[in-house]
Design a protein. Structure first.
Length: 153
């Protein structure tokens, strides 16, 4: 995998042209996944809130992975989450297990009835939010690959 090719001494090193180091990218992904899973776990504890149809319309989530437009994140990496590569990857994997557990626990329910807002996409249901996490990871994997490629030039 891409992560396996990144040496420990390069983990905290930002790319030559600026941007986030691989460690900062993983910190950001960890923060976003934690936030989404925490909010989702909280809102499924209550009955879903009805949202008018016009508020359910949003840009397709698949665009999250597209790197053609660069946007500044509302959630920059928390420096407290930065550390050694293996520790950061273990932490990220732990939060991913919590996400999967939440989905498994709620498998019999219709999570399409539960929603909360994204700063760019608007009101998303929980299925959209969990697809968002996947596309968001793809986006930042591309970013990490661009960083690795820039070092080879």
């Amino acid at each position: 995998t891409l992560i396996a090719t990144i040496q420990e001494e390069r983990w905290s090193e930002p790319p030559r042209r600026g941007g986030w180091s691989p460690g900062e990218i993983i910190a950001h992904l960890t923060m976003v996944e934690t936030k989404v899973t925490t909010v989702a776990a909280r809102i499924v504890q209550a009955p879903p809130i009805r949202v008018p149809a016009w508020k359910r319309i949003h840009v397709p989530i698949v665009f999250v992975q597209w790197r053609g437009i660069r946007v500044k994140t509302p959630i920059p990496p928390d420096k407290e989450l930065l550390g050694e590569k293996h520790q950061m990857l273990e932490r990220f994997a732990g939060f991913r297990r919590q996400t999967v557990a939440l989905l498994q626990e709620n498998q019999p329910r219709d999570l399409g009835n539960y929603r909360f807002s994204h700063p760019f996409f608007g009101s998303l249901n929980l299925y959209d939010w969990f697809r968002f996490l996947g596309f968001h990871e793809v986006r930042h994997t591309k970013q990490m690959q661009e960083n690795v490629d820039s070092r080879l030039k």
